[in-house]
Design a protein around this ligand. Structure first.
Ligand code: AMP
Length: 191
């Protein structure tokens, strides 16, 4: 899943993981839990995340490679917030080729800037994330535009991208994603 911070990727990833019975792998969640547990990785990334910068590709790619090699990812997985840079795209290609697999679809969730800023400021009051202050939010959005938005064209050239409007109720957005995935031949397993 790709889209600006605040578009609802994390919320949708959790719902979709349960619908499609695959693990949702969120690099942001992995980093946050390492920070909370004060692991070596957590100590390395804490200040970077609080500033809204990207964690270096080498660290991020290593985290994903190790998570993808766990057994629950064998039958499929959903990536939330990764890849975010061109280097990460190429590393992910390499990892998946090594596992004899590839992505099937890239879900782009769109939302305009005013909407995502107000959602993130609202989340700041609820979750208390260190990176949800207005200055850091603006920086994360700028970084998304500069480093991550260009990946959409790269994946569109592979014909993998479906675009879903992220505005509106959570359930409505989920329905849009499910319909978009069906156009790529991806259906949820029977309950
Ligand atoms: P997120 O929860 O996806 O908004 O990610 C929170 C923060 O974790 C980001 O602002 C980055 O500091 C870091 N992060 C998460 N995923 C990545 C990634 N793929 N590449 C670099 N940094 C990341």
């Amino acid at each position: 899943m790709i889209g600006p911070p605040g578009a609802g990727k994390g919320t949708q990833a959790v719902i979709l993981a349960s619908t499609y019975k695959i693990p949702a792998i969120s690099t942001g969640d992995i980093f946050r839990s390492n920070v909370a547990n004060e692991t070596e990785l957590g100590l390395q990334v804490k200040a970077i995340m609080a500033a809204g910068e990207y964690v270096p590709d080498s660290l991020t790619n290593a985290v994903v490679e190790s998570r993808l090699s766990e057994s629950d990812a064998k039958a499929g997985f959903l990536l939330d917030g990764y890849p975010r840079t061109t280097d990460q795209v190429h590393e992910l290609d390499r990892m998946l080729t090594a596992h004899g697999t590839a992505l099937s679809v890239v879900v782009l969730i769109t939302a305009d800037t005013d909407e995502v800023v107000s959602r993130l400021l609202n989340r700041a009051g609820v979750e208390g994330r260190a990176d949800d202050t207005e200055t850091v939010i603006r920086h994360r959005l700028a970084l998304y535009e500069e480093q991550t938005a260009p990946l959409i064209a790269l994946y569109a050239a592979r014909n993998w991208v479906v675009t879903v409007d992220g505005l509106g109720a959570v359930d409505d957005v989920t329905s849009r994603i499910v319909s978009a995935l069906a156009t790529k031949g991806i259906a949820a397993p029977a309950a």
